[in-house]
Design a protein around this ligand. Structure first.
Ligand code: IMP
Length: 434
């Protein structure tokens, strides 16, 4: 059986820390969607690791880490990330990449930036959306193509098919940049140049990554048969889900628990326990509805004390109050078994706490998340904070200020799920288990 960790807000809930803390109990940690748009900073004994694609189990020596078929991979970003562990060799046998995962090409990044200029979503501009677009359009390159390029070479049957696919893709890319493009010699030369550039880049990446690329679905089935413990690690958050999030201001993958099966090859019934991760307040990056956003002093305090700046882009995160309706919605979508409440210590600095318990929507009060969340205004319940006392670094539930315990109890009532883990600081040790 597998357990699952999923973000239930707009991402950046602190999933990386939870996976890292829990990884010791698992044999395998699996990423199943997203790409290097995700970012975790994990702090162990004061040492910081920045992870984007590699599962957070990498910090735990006995853990095997899998990048599943649902992930989109920018090969050079992965290679760069491997460097902080002493290079690729250091992780051979501990990291496996699905041969079915799709590859992000440089043109995907360029398309992402150009689409942003036309219609701003606030993406990370990493090429995630355009790569998933190609996957669905059935014109993408996969990690197995990368492996074939390395194993068989560009002059082999497999190599020629890859070149053909890549040329076609580059041709339509150039046409999309300039709709007046004719099949002229100039265009032909440009495609030849881009083709060589892309092939060379893929070949150099393939040399390093080929030993990691394998059928990870089969690997996971085998692990299951051997009774190994598997942890599935979600990226982004439920409110950024392509179907259930604040469309179109969402990421391009299924971020909720349902995506874990498709993105790993494990059957839905093999996922046993779902731990939802939420912060004690809310943040989001990029554009789109965020009813509880506070663009004043409270938001500033949360950003400052919570160090709310993107790990991937360095962008300031938008900050605001805890949204109990969004959290309850996400818990239902994911079937959360329990919750991990992160960054409780950041609220040490607020005299008063506000929880969104309803929305004013088209002239009435509602208590659910509408598909057009942009028309919802928050209705708050207020609670006394614990300013002057502190949650920071507390490791025992009973040692928390009474006001903090009352806040936790109220969140559990509103969200309808038990809070099983509370984080009171960035370090592994600053964690309460209930
Ligand atoms: P994309 O995933 O780069 O296409 O961006 C789409 C939306 O998802 C934007 O609002 C991004 O800011 C957001 N997003 C993507 N990855 C993350 C993440 O790891 N944390 C929070 N937001 C994210």
């Amino acid at each position: 059986m597998a357990d699952l960790i999923v973000g239930i807000q707009w991402g950046d809930e602190g999933k990386g820390k939870v996976v890292d803390v829990l990884a010791q109990r698992y044999d395998y940690v699996v990423r199943y969607q997203g790409g290097h748009n995700a970012g975790h900073t994990i702090v162990v004994d004061g040492h910081k690791y920045a992870l984007h694609l590699i599962p957070s189990g990498v910090i735990t020596p006995h853990c095997i880490n899998i990048i599943g078929n649902g992930v989109v991979i920018e090969p050079h970003a992965l290679i760069h990330e491997l460097e902080q562990f002493g290079g690729a060799e250091a992780l051979l046998g501990r990291l496996f990449v699905s041969d079915r995962a799709h590859i992000i090409l440089s043109l995907h990044g360029e398309l992402d930036s150009s689409l942003e200029r036309q219609n701003a979503i606030g993406t990370t501009k990493k090429g995630i959306g355009p790569c998933y677009t190609d996957k669905i359009a059935r014109v993408g390159l996969r990690a197995c193509d990368l492996r074939n390029l390395y194993e068989c070479g560009r002059d082999s049957e497999q190599g020629k098919i890859i070149i053909q696919k890549l040329s076609k893709r580059l041709q339509s890319f150039i046409e999309s940049l300039d709709s007046n493009v004719e099949h002229s010699t100039a265009t032909g030369n440009e495609i030849a140049r881009l083709l060589e550039e892309n092939l060379a880049s893929l070949e150099s990446a393939a040399k390093i990554l080929a030993p990691f690329i394998t059928d990870t679905t089969a690997l996971l089935w085998e692990a299951q048969e051997q009774g190994k413990k598997i942890l599935l690690e979600g990226a982004q958050g439920s409110m950024l889900d392509i179907d259930h999030g604040t469309y179109p201001f969402v990421t391009s993958s299924t971020t909720i628990a349902a995506g874990a099966s498709a993105g790993s090859g494990l059957a839905p019934r093999d996922i046993d326990y779902v731990l939802g991760i939420m912060k004690a307040y809310c943040t989001r990056v990029g554009h789109g509805p965020f009813p509880t956003e506070d663009s004043g002093a409270r938001g500033e305090i949360l950003r400052d004390k919570g160090a709310e700046f993107g790990t991937t882009t360095g962008r300031e995160r938008r900050c605001g109050e805890f949204d109990a309706l969004a959290a309850r919605y996400a818990c239902k979508l994911n079937g959360c078994s329990a919750i991990a409440l992160m960054k409780l210590d950041v609220l040490d600095h607020l005299e008063e706490l506000r929880i969104c318990v309803g929305y004013e929507y088209k002239g009435r009060r509602i208590e659910y998340v509408p598909s057009d969340l942009e028309y919802a205004k928050p209705i708050y319940e207020r609670m006394i904070g614990w300013a002057g006392k502190q949650c920071k670094g507390v490791k025992d539930y009973d040692a928390l200020p009474e006001e903090a315990k009352a806040y936790i109890t109220r969140l559990e009532e509103l969200v309808g799920v038990k809070i099983a883990l509370i984080s009171t600081g960035a370090d592994r040790s600053e964690t309460i288990y209930r």
